[in-house]
Write a protein that binds this ligand. Sequence first.
Ligand code: ACO
Length: 325
Amino acid sequence: MTVVRSVVLGCGAYLPERILTNAELAASVDTSDEWIVQRTGIRERHIAAEGEYTSHLATKAAQAALDDAGLTADQIDLIVLATSTPDHTFPATAVQVQAALGMTHGVAFDLQAVCSGFVFAVATADNFLRGGSAKRALVIGAETFSRILDWTDRGTCVLFGDGAGAIVLEAQEGWGTSADRGVLTTHLRSDGRHKHKLYVDGGPSSTQTVGHLRMEGREVFKHAVGMITGVIIDAFNASGTSADNVDWFVPHQANKRIIDASAQKLHIAPQKVVMTVDRHGNTSAASIPLALAAAVADGRIKKGHLVLLEAMGGGFTWGSALLRW
Ligand code: ACO
């Protein structure tokens, strides 16, 4: 019996021009390149220019993904955009991207699951495609976290950056086995009891301000590896696969230590791990498609490869997606 699978047709990414190095940060807060690299693996991050918004980064990444897929915006009927740093409280950043791409049909909306946003967006688009309410989707992660950082707090400002990434998914027929191309299984979780470990201290309904990111870094670290590995084991069990079958592990790029510890616990060999956190820091919902685009561009990820995505972030939210490229 055949099933519907959401197959990746293309991917793209965009990073703002301005690069902020660890050494530059050390000139404004009490930190050092050595501390940041040793604790996080981050060497530099990109910062959006004045007047450059999340929707602008998202549109560039989306256009790159469309070009890679050989499609135009009129062939897309769904845009799911994951962000925690929208241009405005409303309308959704996704509809700004829809307009910028010249797309006047279909539907576009934002999704908010902080750093897990891209995995949540893939799962959402996959459900639309498998349910038959859309045929081709742009799934975008785009952020301007530089705009919600407290640049005097060395515990957080060194960790994050701006960027965007996108993939195009198309509904195609598969056989319902793990040999199919496309999204094979997704597993999403959340637990609102952890709100105060990672949050923004402002918002339209509470303070009528945008607010700044606040984090208990050590607490986040403590929960991250267990949550990540839990949803990955769920993915293996649901698809009848194991770490041995994975060609590329493309985790949320928050922190090298979290990525290394997760891969080690899952027995995923270091050479299968795609790591780009050194180049752009934690770009929240944008980090996975940025890493995907890098590994596709340099020839590592190829058609037919089994690719494992995972993320964990504020909420807490966490999730995994297993797909065959
Ligand atoms: N430079 C120098 N020293 C610093 C810095 C900095 N940038 N930031 C904190 N410190 C100091 C602290 O003040 C503290 O000093 P003290 O001992 O004199 O009090 C010391 O370093 C240790 O602080 P900790 O917060 O305990 O440091 P830790 O080893 O836990 O590393 C870090 C901090 C890197 C944030 C770590 O906890 C971490 O990686 N947590 C995960 C957070 C994360 O990745 N969040 C992203 C969002 S969630 C997600 O995407 C998964």
